[in-house]
Design a protein around this ligand. Structure first.
Ligand code: ATP
Ligand code: MG
Length: 331
């Protein structure tokens, strides 16, 4: 059983301009100890997908799924209280902006130790020791002194490390990180990624990591899911997907990178920009959503529904042309 199972997830957002079908039939799974990176252009539904797992969707969003399960439990059926418990303890969420997860009115020490006291044991000395140990591990010097500070007294980079330490305090089974290192400088980013990876391996934590940076994908991903217009259009093992992408959208995203070598770890490589725009998400999209921007488009792509295709181990490639017409892809 996968740690996290998502089958046919749909999210609609009610806006003043109408209803957006922002996430459309997403299937994803994450195993314990595995890192899944989610990539795709802005507005493709990455954050909404991640938020749905922890019940943190904005009130304007409506979510349904055939299955949305964590450790075999149906997330959509949990009470508010059970969901809060799941979120605090079993699933940690690291936001792009650390202030979303930190309380500005409480010292770092109080926030960190409270997690331990609430979820691990009511032992103040142990909570304090755990806080200092984790702050040190995320690369914060003089951790004991930092405990007395408030979030606003720290730089953005330090705040993000504190946020990561706070998530780790609860010893979660799954961490969901939504572009957590985007605001950090490259050196700090590399340190934070290395730390997440080593803690993940030590404790068998599942990691869902949303990023725009292919260097990050190459450094940490076991598997990659590519999202376009609310759908997962391709999944695959990181190395396969980076070196021989099948979907034309993935190929376009990777087009800034030499096709046979993934970017070296620690090097920041932004995804390529593709001419044209992501389609409007209101209403039905006929045919393949990527057809208007696809260089390989054929007439049938504009009208025919694209089935999710599997290649052996249930990897997805939502393209009418793949995988039969692979020669087209590598022309
Ligand atoms: N609170 C909201 N109100 C209105 N629309 C929303 C809201 N949240 C998300 N959306 C819309 O839903 C779609 C998917 O948004 P989402 O935030 O999941 O995209 P994303 O892939 O995370 O993008 P980015 O890379 O910019 O973070 C977008 O069109 C977005 O405008
Ligand atoms: Mg987002």
């Amino acid at each position: 059983m996968a740690l996290l199972e998502i089958t046919d997830l749909n999210i609609k957002v009610i806006t003043s301009a109408g209803v957006l079908h922002a996430v459309r039939g997403v299937d994803l799974a994450v195993d314990a100890g595995e890192t899944l990176c989610i990539v795709g252009e802005s507005g493709c539904g990455k954050s909404l997908t991640a938020l749905s797992v922890t019940g943190l969707l904005p009130p304007v969003a409506r979510c349904s799924a055939t299955r949305l399960a964590f450790e075999g439990r149906d997330i959509l059926r949990l009470s508010r209280r059970e969901l809060e418990d799941l979120r605090g303890k079993r699933i940690g969420f690291i936001f792009q902006d650390p202030m979303t997860g930190l309380n500005p009115t409480m010292t770092i020490g109080r926030q960190l130790t409270e997690v331990h006291l609430r979820h691990i044991a009511r032992d103040h000395a142990a909570a304090n020791a755990a806080a200092i140990s984790l702050l040190t591990r995320v690369g914060i010097a003089n951790a004991a002194d930092r405990l007395r500070q408030y979030p606003h007294e720290l730089s953005g980079g330090l705040r993000q490390r504190v946020m990561i330490a706070m998530v780790l305090m609860a010893r979660p089974r799954l961490i969901i990180a939504d572009e957590p290192t985007t605001a950090l400088d490259v050196t700090v980013q590399a340190q934070v990624l290395a730390l997440l990876k080593s803690l993940q391996q030590e404790h068998g934590i599942g990691l869902v990591f949303i990023t725009h940076d292919l260097g990050v994908v190459a450094a940490i991903a076991d598997r990659v899911a590519v999202m376009y217009a609310g759908e997962v259009v391709e999944t695959g093992k990181a190395r396969d997907l980076l070196t021989s992408p099948r979907h034309p959208y993935t190929r376009a995203l990777l087009s800034c990178v030499p096709s046979t070598t993934p970017p070296p770890a620690g090097v920041s490589v932004e995804l390529g920009t593709i001419p044209g725009r992501v389609p409007l998400l209101s209403g039905q999209i006929e045919g393949c959503a990527f057809a208007p921007r696809c260089t390989l488009v054929q007439d049938r792509c504009r009208t025919q529904t694209v089935p999710a295709r599997s290649r052996g181990d249930a990897e997805i490639c939502r393209c009418l042309l793949a995988p039969e017409k692979m020669e087209l892809f590598h022309a």
